[in-house]
Design a protein around this ligand. Sequence first.
Ligand code: ZN
Ligand code: ZN
Ligand code: FE
Length: 763
Amino acid sequence: MTVSGRRIAVRGVVQGVGFRPWVWRVARDSGVGGRVSNDAAGVTIEAFGSAAALEAFVSRLRQDPPPASEIRELTESEIAPEATSGFVIVESRKTGDLSVSIPADLATCADCEREIFDPHDRRYRYPFTNCTNCGPRFTITREVPYDRPATTMATFRMCAACQAEYDDPADRRFHAQPNACPACGPGLAAVGPGGEPLGWLDPVAAAARALEAGLIIAIKGIGGFHLACDATSTLAVRRLRERKRREEKPLAVMVRDLAAAERLAEIGGEERRLLLSPERPIALLRRRDDSGLAPEVAPDNRDVGVMLAYTPLHHLLLADAARPLVMTSGNLSDEPIATSNAEAVARLGGIADAILVHDREIASRCDDSIARVIAGASTVFRRSRGFVPRAVTVREPFPEPVLACGPHLKNTFCFGVGSSAYLGPHIGDLENLETLAAFEEAVTRMERFLRVSPAVIAHDLHPLYLSTRYALGRPDGVKVGVQHHHAHVVSAMAEHGLEGPVIGLAWDGTGWGPDGTAWGGETLLVREASSERLATFRPVPLAGGDSAIRQVWRVALALVDDAFDGAAPLERLPLFRSLLESEVAVVRQLIRKGINTPLARGVGRVFDGLGALVLSRGVSRFEGQVAMAWNNVADETERRAYPFDVENETTLPAIDLRPMVRAAVEDLIAGTGAASISGRFHNTLARAAAWLVRRARRHAGHLPVVLTGGCFQNALLTERVLAELESSDRVFLHRRVPPGDGGIALGQAVAASAVLRASKGVV
Ligand code: ZN
Ligand code: ZN
Ligand code: FE
């Protein structure tokens, strides 16, 4: 037999996901000798055998890789043949670049799930079961490289049976770092709200009974604690909301499997794929009328956030409780999610009736991710557990390490190293010291994991944001400010590998604009290093500044006053009949005199204002609540649209929505339903978007278009915009990086590097 040699380089998500043992098994089955090893960029295989055996080997490598892996590139080259005695897994080479070495957390695999429900298995009902295909990774890692002693599993000594699995390349648990069993691994316990042991013999079964009885249980998970209750019980959900001080924001629901999810919501092929993906995000789905969920789970929302069980503990609990459970982050509103047992007692003791704790520590806080299907494919809204710290590969390598500190709301940060951009976990709104502390902690940890000290620090232009102040307060690095909407567009470009220039529609609530107005309805001509404003929206005065973000009736008043030249028929509009005349008069004065009334161009604000007007809802209990309700009420079969104008057409065109507001007010007074008015409103914005794109292309050429900003989390708006544009248009939506502010740090990192490159005269 003639032996030949082949070197195979595999790139993608191939570390910490059981890739090497799988290669080992395939090699053994194909009768191929050689070795497989991890390196900085992925996995390298050197294989030797007959031409036919090598052929079979490579074709199987391409066909069915392990479920959590993702092969992005597989290249082969001839090498000199060697005599081998079998196939071996080579220990990790210590290389300078450790950046790829920590995998993201993985949902429980089907094999592990089978074991925990098998009474004859030694892991029967064991809540910490995992293998190379599944289990915690990033959240248990303290140091790099990712190896058991560097994780919070270091304190558990494997028993002989577990060690044998760990050492056997043929075993599913070969080098599974968190490998454990009831004899040697972490254990579960139930404590009361004050931390006192409850002495429950079977904490899972007892917790399930408590949930059935309507109690609230805090549960230690992968990246933090959840608060759980019976999602079908109005009483339980109400009690949870009261105690958590979360009045109306939708709560996520967890179910055991796809069949259970199908009983709650409409699920198509793409939704199914999303729910079952190893990241197991919360998928936003259209709720079924007969879902049986308590309406309080997601008040006036036709969608519901659903995720499938992603740890053995979830599977066991849901099997015992036999009902969908609310699983919301374990915090008081606006605080970071609790991660340690002591923190849970201190912060969740006032909310939960009992707390399920365990002794495997969470090293990194990581909230659940959120995604939804838009225009036939999924888009991540919150990129956290399951995704972090996986990198986004960028087109042009970062010349020097960059830290981008992200935005103010829905903060994430981003490290740029080499060709990789590492977005950190969801931090939340940087509005209090607890969140700022969580931000600093997460930045420091990621810095340590990547072993970089950033030479460039990118930040928002708003001088008062805590993220900006953190950036400017750092002793190291060149500071580069990046405008909010420029960063939005560049994040979309980076995701799709677009060099630019592109035409970017950046529509959101608010972002600091260089002209002293709050931007948010911008059409920009963007290169990575620069941005030119092509068009915007006619601004709306925000009486009282930020207080108008909650007091959305103020935006409604500003819109109708502007549209009717100060003579709006307020007495015929129910919203204003419900408000005090004196209050309305005061705000009118603020607007007319321009006192504490910044101008805002955010399309999100128009959603707030028109939603308030038509739905007669003056106040948002959380940012964007009325805008969301306004989106939710839309009749999707509505085809009509309202007129709009364009002002300053020759200089800086601005979409003038006054004709739309007048027509909507007429409709409202004539008794047209909110569903039709909302549908027409969405169609109007879609036509405005199409007009903006056509005009920008006349001005700048037939460039690619990106849609970015929080408004493009609105599936109806996004789909209508796509329908208004010609099919040949190269239009890019966010997919793996959030369209909202959670994706902005990536754009900041890429833009800041490009700015510095340009300033040094390097092209
Ligand atoms: Zn598994
Ligand atoms: Zn064991
Ligand atoms: Fe934004």
